[in-house]
Design a protein around this ligand. Sequence first.
Ligand code: ZN
Length: 251
Amino acid sequence: MMDRHTHHNNRLLAALPPADFQLLSPHLQTVPLEQGAVLLRTGEQIEQVYFPHSGVVSFMVDMPNGETVATAVIGREGAVGVLSILGPSRSSVTAIVRVAGTASQISASRFHAAFGRSDPIKRVVETHTGALLAQLQHVAACNALHPVEARMARWLLHIHDRIDGNLIPLTQETVSQLLGVRRTTVTLIVHNLRESGAIRNEQRGLIEISRPRLEDVACECYEVMRHKIDRIPQQTTPRYHAAPARERSIV
Ligand SMILES: [Zn+2]
């Protein structure tokens, strides 16, 4: 039920054939994603699965030193909580809403029931999981090899891909959490990025970027990860790809 249209703002749901979508649709609820909301917490039971229509969610992992670091961000091309189908449904990550939006929500048990009955839903989950795991593997190498300035530029671009306009609603505190670095380091990098024109302005939790300049600064991981994510609808069922994806040229 609900309106199919709204749910189709999520690229994974839009990729499902109508009959398979109908296994989920009676149980889907449109919910707000509020900035700072924790959708999943490490070690806790996964009760709900979310398919964002808009907004940005980051997956955070705990570091041995007690800090957390972002491993991936997802928006309308992904989902939160679907990894619960892989095994015991305790979350290995914490998922936090970074940019507010809306999502289709379904209980994990309802989702698992539909998953068991539908090959297209299985394929969608596999594709999403594959893209997510690729990001997670890649991010470890990026963290080890690339300077923090290039990594910050990469995160800003990932988030920019999932929002409208050039104003990114992130505080320095949030950026420090995403990068797993001190706040003072973030202040320094913001200063450098302003000098180079990649950040035009930064105040009151809004970062105004210049995208071309930011692309010059970001490490090549940005393109690699974006390519993996952009393959999602093509890998599933392109003819049901109803929602307009941001068009990009990929080499
Ligand atoms: Zn990198």
